[in-house]
Design a binder for this molecule. Structure first.
Ligand code: FAD
Length: 430
């Protein structure tokens, strides 16, 4: 398993070019990319691997690409389970759509339990030369006299040995908690969605399946018709289990307290032989937040770069966050490499200050459309009408999946891609 315990790091070694906090997909990607540029990078992770992470365990083709870019072997022989596309449910209709064949993106998705994925990615960063220390909880930033981040304070091991790690740049890849950002006054933006999702594993015959099941039509029927802007999923894990869950995509627009019941009701619409119900659960139902549409920012302040959930990079269309964690881990690393190539002072600072703008340029328009989609999703009548009619037209579903999954070749692509690119260009970035 990756990671040496912090007790094995003498105080003199607690200095690096970049300290990365958190070894989820964002942190391990940041570390791997920093190593490609030859930088000395330390990763501090509070847990020991393998550790559980509450997740749907699904990687869209976007996530596959981020893995491939880091040279990760995504073959079935390496234990990855591939899927051809999505099986979309709604309005009493079901349709299967394959992932599109595009130049920029692979045409398959993957699942792997996060306990395994995150351990693999941390090991991948370590194999590239990153110093990964597990069992180290970062408690606060280390500040110089001017209030700039020059490292972190941490507690290591069961005895909580106090430690100080120094670096001219720190990447916060801590996930939703964003403790370092918060302590510097970078708080969550109330005008951006925060989702919440629950999942459990069930022992099910749907474990082996070429398609990932999803439904956006989950608002409970009945007189109250409470709005439930979210989606349910069944992802076959290929090991006898399936990951089943429900994500309420915008807690500002729905009452999350009913999410367990919504999941139960949706799963009850499948045949009992599928064994998706609580009786066949092999783990308890667990939940966590989904920070979306860059809901914490600015993503750079005073020597601290935010990546992944710490910056709120989850896609508001579908709750996907692993791919964006890896992508922004890479962007944070590239920014750090560029910055460290310049002398300390204004030249370096101006590179770092451009990082939030890069995130906004890459994702802002898509996030704007996603937030509009969430507003529609909060209207059960619209969802039911759209799914009942739309799902009869697979070409339309395929186009919607490209838009929602942010999977196109842009202006270089086919007619669908060009239409999606035109639509995206029409809206301003959030
Ligand atoms: C129920 C659910 C289902 C989901 N399903 C999917 C899905 O199917 N596909 C998808 O793409 N996304 C999914 N997501 C979103 C996805 O899980 C996240 O977007 C993703 O994990 C973000 O990665 P990250 O590296 O930014 O943060 P994390 O994965 O949260 O990693 C952060 C790491 O930092 C460590 N850490 C935290 N604080 C400290 C500290 N103070 N000191 C040291 N270490 C620290 C943590 O232990 C952790 O290892 C789901 C989320 C939920 C809640």
């Amino acid at each position: 398993m990756p990671g040496t315990t912090a007790a094995q790091s003498p105080a003199a070694d607690r200095i690096a070019d970049v300290v990365v906090v958190g070894a989820g997909p964002a942190g391990s990607a940041a570390a791997w990319w920093l190593r490609q540029a030859g930088h000395d990078v330390v990763v501090l992770e509070k847990a020991d691997f393998p550790r559980e992470k509450v997740c749907g365990d699904g990687l869209t083709p976007r996530g596959v690409k981020a893995l491939q870019d880091m040279g990760v072997d995504t073959s079935p022989a390496a234990g990855w389970i591939r899927h051809k596309g999505l099986r979309v449910h709604g309005g009493g209709e079901i349709t299967e759509v394959n992932w599109p064949h595009l130049q920029r993106w692979p045409d398959y998705s993957l699942v792997l339990r996060r306990s395994e994925l995150d351990a693999r990615l941390a090991a991948h960063a370590e194999a590239a030369g990153a110093r990964v220390h597990t069992g180290v909880t970062v408690t606060e930033p280390l500040l110089d006299e001017a209030g700039r981040v020059v490292g972190v304070h941490a507690q290591a091991g069961p005895d909580r040995e106090p430690q100080v790690w120094r670096a001219p740049l720190v990447v916060s890849a801590e996930g939703l908690s964003g403790r370092l950002a918060k302590s510097l006054g970078v708080v969550r933006r109330e005008d951006r969605p925060l989702g919440i999702a629950v999942r459990r594993y069930v022992s099910s015959r749907r474990s082996v399946d070429d398609y990932l099941d999803i439904s956006f039509d989950l608002t409970p029927a009945g007189p109250s018709r409470d709005s439930m802007p979210g989606y349910g999923w069944i992802f076959g894990m290929g090991d006898g289990t399936a990951n089943v869950g429900f994500g309420l995509l915008d807690t500002r627009r729905g009452d999350g307290s009913k999410r367990n019941e919504v999941l139960r009701q949706w799963l009850a619409t499948f045949p009992p032989e599928d064994q998706l119900d609580e009786e066949h659960a092999v783990t308890p139902l667990r939940g966590a937040g989904l920070p979306m549409a860059l809901n914490r920012g600015p993503a750079y302040t005073r020597g601290l770069l935010l990546a992944g959930d710490a910056a709120g990079t989850v896609n508001p269309f579908n709750g996907e966050g692993i791919s964006y964690a890896m992508e922004t881990g890479r962007m944070a690393a590239e920014t750090a490499v560029d910055a460290l190539a310049r002398p300390e002072g204004p030249a370096r600072e101006s590179v770092l200050r451009r990082y939030p703008e890069r995130l906004r340029a890459d994702y802002g328009r898509h996030h704007r459309l996603g937030m509009g989609f969430l507003a529609l999703l909060a209207r059960p009548d619209v969802v039911r009408f759209a799914t009942a009619h739309g799902l009869k037209r697979p070409a339309l579903v395929g186009a919607a999946m490209r838009l929602m999954g942010n999977l196109t070749d842009g202006r270089d692509g086919d007619a669908v891609d060009r239409a999606v690119a035109a639509l995206t260009r029409l809206v301003p970035a959030v």
